[in-house]
Design a protein around this ligand. Sequence first.
Ligand SMILES: N[C@@H](CCC(=O)N[C@@H](CS)C(=O)NCC(=O)O)C(=O)O
Length: 63
Amino acid sequence: MLRILGKASSINVRKVLWTCAELQIPFEREDWGSGFKPTDTAEFLALNPCAMVPVIQDGNFTL
Ligand SMILES: N[C@@H](CCC(=O)N[C@@H](CS)C(=O)NCC(=O)O)C(=O)O
């Protein structure tokens, strides 16, 4: 299952959600970013050193 990290209020996260909806790709989303889980933690920075959402994970692949 595709994992999307990012708050749904983010326009950049919405682009991913919209694409998934159009292509009927199942996903699970977690609220990360300002107002939600912080992106300046070691856990998140290991996924994206830019500390920004969205991050997507598909198995071992992280973007
Ligand atoms: N060009 C970046 C833009 C990402 C971006 O600006 N994300 C914003 C939300 S729209 C962000 O992570 N802000 C910090 C935060 O919400 O904590 C991308 O590749 O997606």
